[in-house]
Design a protein around this ligand. Structure first.
Ligand SMILES: Nc1ncnc2c1ncn2[C@@H]1O[C@H](COP(=O)(O)OP(=O)(O)OP(=O)(O)O)[C@@H](O)[C@H]1O
Length: 594
């Protein structure tokens, strides 16, 4: 970790800033963490009491990382510096005001599902709607993060669900994560004593990943900093990935409008990546407009040109990546497995890699993310398979399997009827007509012997279970995996084995992650896979007009690489012919010019 003496002029200028508002626009790999840690160290050296310093990060991992770096640098002197996510800050501020009756729920999707199950005598909160629970959940969260009430929304369908959702939570004294922020803003706005207490507590506020701040978070920060204006924010609008949660990267551009006396510092020297990687990344991000202009330059000259590799399909892609990794390790046995990262746009793209790595016994981790075979829709299909497999062997399926899928798809079976199955066992299924729909589905699946046949049959009976968004490829990938097994039992054993294998703890393993999950990280060798239109950029996002965010995702992905960067471009995905991603096309055009 570089110390003050190692910092470049701009980094040092930022680290030594003391009073007043300041925005640091930090390019990828420009050492903002080093700069932030040095700034805290500097404030402590100036005898600022540690408990007057507040560092807000965007994720828990970033908070932990900052905590350990500050501790390593300043030791016990830093005890008392508050380093936390903005959600945990809000929790600390608001919970004591609300009283013990209120409970935070980490997931409230069940409330949305209850509301969407429609109005009935037993469900006064029900609302008639064609919206999916996921879409409703996201729309409500986005509204709350933009400080909008149900009455501020134009979309009446979302407004009705939002209103019912808020009523349910209020009646049951439940809070979701967004409530922590919204209620903190209200308290800070309305209660002068409360506001002044916390304004006096933290006299120096530092904010990391500022590009991902949304309106409600910005309001909390502004209210806390209002009296002293010592607000120091660091971010990169090129790396903003959370517009779907209301992130406002424009706040970086507009910071000077809110704080006319703000200092602006730009960090443009990239210490992470070799020059060709920076050149390629800059070219990708230049496809966006209306962003803060900066010239990111590589501090590490030379390096291999980036490689664009065409492959036949997802299986060929996984093989080629595994071949490259094995060849590089053979050439340099000191190269650790964890030097390699495979980055993809969505989780569903991991399957073929897992298969090939398992086959070749190459260690891999999918840190912090659920496995392909554990994704809710895949898990549901596998549970149907498990039940059919048991029944076909005249064995009783596990009760939990049945209750897991009893309302998948929606069959409006009420909680009491589900509890009855749990308490009295599976025999009740044939005793009450309410269970007929689930028995009917199982009946239609019973003659499927092959796993692929069962998937297709389930898709025919319940297409709503297999709903695919434009760009989704989980279905064809899953079907392809299932087609390799001629009976359900063998496929289920294979899936269980792959899940177990992926969870074995490993110190040194190839990293497989979504681009979102890789934010803030760096790896010597990065493979960006499935670089085709529809996947990167993701079709649903393009359709919704979010192409600029997709470009930022491609930029973040490319800037994770330190030494080597590969773009892998399949010709086919499932039975679809692919068009190379516009980012690859742009790079190839530029290459031709040279
Ligand atoms: N002045 C410096 N001299 C040498 N190395 C540096 C300097 N500043 C930062 N670094 C190194 O550059 C790398 C990238 O730094 P860091 O991870 O803090 O970047 P970042 O700005 O957070 O990047 P990103 O936003 O892309 O995640 C790290 O390995 C860090 O130790």
């Amino acid at each position: 970790m570089p110390s003050l003496a190692d910092l470049n002029e701009q980094q040092r200028k930022a680290a030594l800033h003391i009073q007043g508002p300041c925005v640091v626009v930090a390019g990828a790999g420009s050492g903002k963490t080093a700069m932030l840690v040095t700034r805290v160290q500097h404030l402590l050296r100036l005898q600022i009491p540690p408990n007057q310093i507040l560092c807000c990060t965007f994720t828990k991992d970033a908070a932990k990382e900052m905590q350990s770096r500050i501790k390593a640098d300043s030791g016990d002197k830093a005890k008392g510096v508050k380093i936390c996510t903005i959600h945990s800050l809000a929790y600390q501020l608001i919970m004591p005001r609300l009283g013990k009756d209120w409970k935070i729920q980490t997931s409230t999707s069940w409330i949305i599902e209850l509301i969407l199950s429609g109005p009935s005598d037993s469900n006064p909160y029900g609302v008639k709607s064609s919206l999916s629970a996921k879409d409703a959940d996201q729309a409500i969260s986005k509204a709350k993060n933009s400080l909008k009430t149900p009455f501020d929304l134009d979309d009446m369908m979302v407004a009705d669900i939002y209103e019912a959702y808020e009523k349910f939570k209020k009646d049951k004294k439940i809070l979701d994560f967004d409530d922590l922020l919204v209620k903190t803003v209200h308290a800070l706005r309305m209660d002068t004593q409360f506001r002044e207490k916390w304004q006096n507590q933290w006299k120096f506020i530092l904010v990391d990943e500022f590009q991902d701040t949304n309106l409600v978070q910005w309001e909390i920060l502004s209210l806390l900093a209002k009296a002293h204006q010592n607000l120091f924010v660091v971010g990169d609008d090129w790396q903003s990935l959370y517009s779907w949660r209301g992130a406002m990267p424009s706040l970086i551009l507009d910071f000077g409008k809110y704080y006319p006396n703000a200092k602006t510092i730009i960090l443009e020297r990239n210490y992470r990546s070799r020059d060709p990687i920076i050149q390629a990344s800059n070219l990708i991000i230049s496809m966006n407009e209306g962003q803060f202009k900066k010239q990111v330059v590589a501090n590490r000259p030379g390096g291999d040109p980036i490689k664009i590799i065409g492959v036949e399909d997802e299986v060929d892609q996984a093989k080629r990546v595994a071949d490259i990794i094995e060849a590089m390790r053979l050439a340099d046995p000191d190269l650790e497995w964890k030097s390699f990262a495979i980055l993809y746009r969505t989780h569903e793209q991991s399957r073929s890699f897992e298969e090939i790595f398992t086959e070749r016994d190459l260690p891999y981790v999918m840190a912090g993310e659920s496995h392909f075979y554990e994704m809710p829709k895949i898990k549901t299909i596998l549970t149907y398979m498990r039940i059919v497999n048991s029944l076909s062997k005249d064995e009783a399926p596990e009760v939990q399997w049945v209750t897991d899928i009893i309302n998948r798809p929606k069959r409006n079976i009420k909680p009491d009827d589900i509890n009855r199955v749990l308490v009295e066992g599976l025999s009740v299924l044939t005793q009450y007509p309410v269970y007929d729909p689930i028995l009917d589905t199982l009946d239609k699946l019973m003659d499927c012997e092959q796993p692929a046949e069962l998937i297709v049959r389930l898709d025919e009976i319940h297409p709503e279970l297999m709903k695919r968004e434009p760009g989704d490829m989980w279905y064809s990938s899953f079907l392809r995996a299932a087609s390799k097994h001629d009976n359900i039992e063998s496929f289920l054993s294979f899936c269980d084995y792959v899940i177990e294998k992926s969870k074995e703890p490993k110190d040194d393993a190839i990293v497989m992650k979504t681009v979102h999950g890789s934010k803030g990280e760096q790896y010597p060798v990065v493979f960006l896979v499935d670089m085709v239109e529809g996947v990167m950029p993701y079709q649903k996002s393009v359709d919704e007009g979010n192409i600029e965010e997709e470009t930022r995702i491609a930029y973040v992905a490319a800037t994770r690489a330190q030494d080597r960067l590969y773009f892998i471009v399949p010709k086919m995905m499932g039975d679809k012919v692919c068009i190379p991603s516009r980012y690859v096309t742009r790079l190839l055009e530029e290459r031709k010019k040279k």
